[in-house]
Design a protein around this ligand. Structure first.
Ligand code: GLN
Length: 283
């Protein structure tokens, strides 16, 4: 029987040969299979678990994201539940969640809405960082919704979760929310053709935002404007090269003022806007 170190070395070589950048994923998968830290002296190596470990390393080499294999993805101080059917939270989205929580605390806001929630990463982080604010999460995909519920149960039990299309939910709400956060699907047709093999395992409906990637921002605007209170905020994530276009959509008719900001890698990534005027209802 191999030692933990030997097993991890063997797996790391296989990952490196398959072009996996972070060979530390061998350790994450090892600890997932064996249920203990790899240096834990009480760890027992069985043939069964060794075979399972090697099989899962094979799946990783084929392109399965390690987060789908271990069932967990780190996000701020949490390990969120993930699996096939839900977008894996990205580190840049942590910055959006922190910005949204800051806005809520600074303005004493009490009512927030998170659209296209996926795992719930933004909403859950916000509700932990700004606990006096009541949050609602909207997620259309049934597969993703299962993870949203699991994560809310584990990390933010007071959060309301609705398995609904935002385009049917929003029209029912008039000037109700102080802040609306959203990391919608925003990849362009071209980006979808060039996805990394790992990202191709993630749900297309969580990634593709129409040919220019901007469909959601455009289509949500009139609904968001009505659902948001005057002086309320939007906090959106967007893709490479899209932020000016997103800002222009929301600046149109002076509906919003606001600014673009960068993620931790120095890329323009967020648009934070403030609603300027009361929107007349046509109903
Ligand atoms: N940031 C994700 C990626 O680069 C895309 C997420 C999204 O479309 N909201 O794959």
């Amino acid at each position: 029987m191999l030692t933990p170190r030997e097993l991890i070395e063997e797996a790391s070589r296989r990952l490196a040969d398959a072009g996996v950048e972070n060979i530390r994923e061998a350790v994450y998968i090892f600890e997932h299979v064996f249920g203990k830290r790899h240096f834990d002296p009480s760890l027992v190596i069985t043939e069964e678990k060794t075979a399972l470990f090697r099989k899962l390393i094979g799946e990783r080499c084929e392109g399965e994201p390690y987060q789908y294999i271990t069932g967990r993805a780190p996000f701020l101080d949490m390990d969120l539940n993930v699996g096939p059917g839900v977008l894996i939270p990205r580190p840049e989205t942590e910055v959006l969640a922190e910005k949204a929580a800051e806005i809520i605390k600074t303005n004493g806001f009490s009512r927030a809405l998170d659209l296209c929630s996926g795992t719930g990463c933004i909403a859950i982080a916000v509700s932990r960082l700004a606990p006096s604010c009541r949050l609602t999460c909207i997620e259309k995909s049934e597969d993703a919704f299962k993870y949203l519920l699991m994560n809310c149960r584990e990390y933010a039990s007071g959060t309301e979760c609705l398995n609904e299309d935002l385009f049917s939910y929003l029209p029912r709400h008039q000037e109700e929310f102080d802040i609306i956060t959203c990391n919608p699907p925003y990849l362009t047709g071209r980006e979808m053709d060039e996805l990394q093999k790992e990202v191709r395992r993630e749900p297309r409906e969580a990634l593709f935002g129409g040919e220019d990637g901007l469909d959601f921002y455009r289509n949500m605007k009139p609904l968001i404007e009505k659902a948001l209170k005057k002086g309320g905020f939007i906090a959106f994530e967007g893709g490479d090269g899209q932020l000016e276009s997103i800002r222009d959509i929301y600046f149109e008719n002076s509906s919003f003022e606001g600014e673009i900001s960068c993620d931790q890698f120095g890329m323009k990534r967020f648009f934070i806007g403030k609603k300027q005027k009361t929107v007349q209802s046509d109903s």
